[in-house]
Design a protein around this ligand. Structure first.
Ligand SMILES: Cc1cc2nc3c(=O)[nH]c(=O)nc-3n(C[C@H](O)[C@H](O)[C@H](O)COP(=O)(O)OP(=O)(O)OC[C@H]3O[C@@H](n4cnc5c(N)ncnc54)[C@H](O)[C@@H]3O)c2cc1C
Length: 458
């Protein structure tokens, strides 16, 4: 039975980096991957979707060319085969890079197959049993499929199968009005599909503030996307070449018929077929592996990193998990999950950059707070670029003067948010940012200006 110092299960965002650090610390490491090296981000998540969003943005700008004084004769067509080929060309080097770097890493043995625990310190992969004192689980998550009657009788799409689409779905119906559904929805509308988004809750991206949800629903409707809120799909059936959904919406029943259906209602961890019971590793009711602040499971010698631990659902949180485990284990430096500040972006156009608390969370906390908002119409760079949709808002603790959170929905919101995030990490008062001289003309130059106009949060 091959024995290693460490086993890494899964090659998502934290596994490969940790394997490299362990090897550098003279550990003999086994890495196990059952499918595509690089995991979700590289193959079916961030990289391909942002590549598709870029193609969609190009189509959108070309359609608006006349607004900028640019004349384009004839119709604008999107070649979906070329869009997919571009996406594949961006993805392939990343995937191959992860695979090659692990396979050529001295001290690292790569196994390709599905890993399952057979005991606390034993993992089986396709009939081979490996042992190690330390195991790191980085198995990620997959699309959750809701138990809707008839759904299993139609061929629906998920974020994974969307990666093979090289044609224009005439009418794409999307189940779920959250981050993944919104990014695909706007991109496909811009490619030329009819798009219907069906959301069971009363608003899109319910975790955000109501004004953010409302603004995004407005942009989407302006682009011709049919956004249906408070609408629950209660049945699905095939109708010729189409898919029909029975929708119940505040006491009324209706039918939505589309040519293609994308299910984007959330994620579930890949922990159900991992033999966790054989190792005695505890999960919560949703299958997420329970971990402490340093990502240790309840079993000594087993850690869980990335989406499967339920402590984050992003590439940067998974990468940060790697940094935390490496620091504690190899660098004798104490780092904790609770030290990180919530931060993420939604890559609609305009994008949403988020840091810290929402306004609703600040209100709930009862902290005495100040707020400042600015419409993107008042941001000269946005005006010059003809991209004035959205608004920015920042919340500050009245007493400590520290920034509590920000939501930047507008041009470059995904980038500008970092100037706020870094001041939050520095635990510096907002006045540091308010007095900083930022470059003109940028969106960021208005962050200090906004902070001059803080008002009590009523
Ligand atoms: C459509 C979409 C868009 C996204 N966009 C963004 C974004 O813009 N920004 C962002 O930060 N995040 C985004 N995310 C989330 C991001 O992709 C994940 O949070 C990130 O990939 C972290 O994943 P991970 O490290 O937990 O594992 P993953 O990347 O999911 O990798 C897990 C790996 O483990 C392997 N595996 C699973 N089980 C086993 C087993 N039993 N044996 C062997 N191998 C196994 C899998 O094959 C996979 O390769 C997006 C996700 C989706 C779905």
């Amino acid at each position: 039975m091959p024995n290693y110092d460490a086993i890494v299960i899964g090659t998502g965002q934290s596994g490969p980096a940790l394997a490299r650090r362990l090897v550098a610390a003279d550990c003999n490491v086994a890495v196990i991957e059952r499918k595509l090296f690089g995991g979700t981000c590289v193959n079916t998540g961030c990289t391909p979707t942002k590549t598709l969003v870029a193609s969609a943005y190009a189509a959108h700008v070309v359609r608006r060319a006349a607004d900028y004084g640019v004349k384009i004769e004839g119709a604008v067509n999107v070649d979906m085969k070329a869009v997919k080929a571009r996406k594949d060309a961006v993805v392939a080097p990343s995937r191959n890079g992860v695979e090659r770097s692990l396979k050529t890493l001295k001290g690292c043995t790569v196994y390709e197959g599905h890993a399952r625990f057979v005991a606390e310190k034993e993992v089986a992969v396709d009939g081979t049993e490996l042992t190690a004192d330390r195991t790191f689980i980085n198995v990620g998550a997959r699309a959750a499929i809701p138990p809707i009657p008839g759904l299993d009788q139609v061929s629906y799409l998920t974020n994974t199968s969307m990666m093979d689409v090289d044609f224009l779905p005439p009418h794409l119906v999307i189940l779920g009005g959250s981050y993944i559904g919104l990014e695909f929805g706007q991109a496909y509308r811009r490619f030329g599909s009819e798009v219907t988004i069906i959301e069971s809750g009363p608003r899109l991206i319910a975790r955000e503030d109501e004004d953010i949800s409302q603004a995004i629903a407005d942009f989407f409707r302006e682009e011709g996307i049919d956004v249906r809120l408070d609408s629950k799909v209660v049945g699905v059936e095939k109708q010729g070449n189409s898919i029909a959904m029975k929708v119940e919406s505040v006491g009324r029943s209706s039918q939505v018929v589309g040519t293609h259906l994308l299910v984007a209602v959330g994620r579930r961890p890949n922990t159900d077929d991992l033999g966790l019971d054989k190792a005695g590793v505890a999960t919560d009711a949703h299958g997420y592996i329970q971990v402490d602040d340093q990502l240790r499971t309840n079993v000594a010698g087993i850690w869980a990193l990335g989406d499967c631990n339920g402590r984050g659902a992003f590439t940067h949180t998974s990468w940060n998990d790697f940094e935390i485990v490496a620091a504690n284990l190899l660098d004798n430096e104490e780092r904790r999950v609770s030290d990180r500040i919530t931060a993420y972006a939604l890559y609609t156009d305009p994008p949403l950059g988020r840091a810290g608390m929402t306004e609703a969370q600040v209100r709930q906390s009862g902290k005495p707070a100040l707020i400042t908002t600015m419409a993107m119409e008042d941001v000269s760079r946005a005006y010059e670029k003809g991209e004035t949709k959205g608004f920015m808002k920042i919340l500050v603790d009245r007493d400590s003067k520290q920034i509590l959170g920000a939501s930047l929905l507008g041009l470059s919101g995904d980038e500008v948010i970092h100037c706020i995030l870094d001041v939050m990490y520095a635990k510096a008062p907002y006045t540091v940012l308010q007095r900083a001289m930022h470059i003109h003309p940028t969106v960021s130059e208005f962050i200090p200006t906004m902070l001059e106009d803080l008002q009590p949060l009523q």
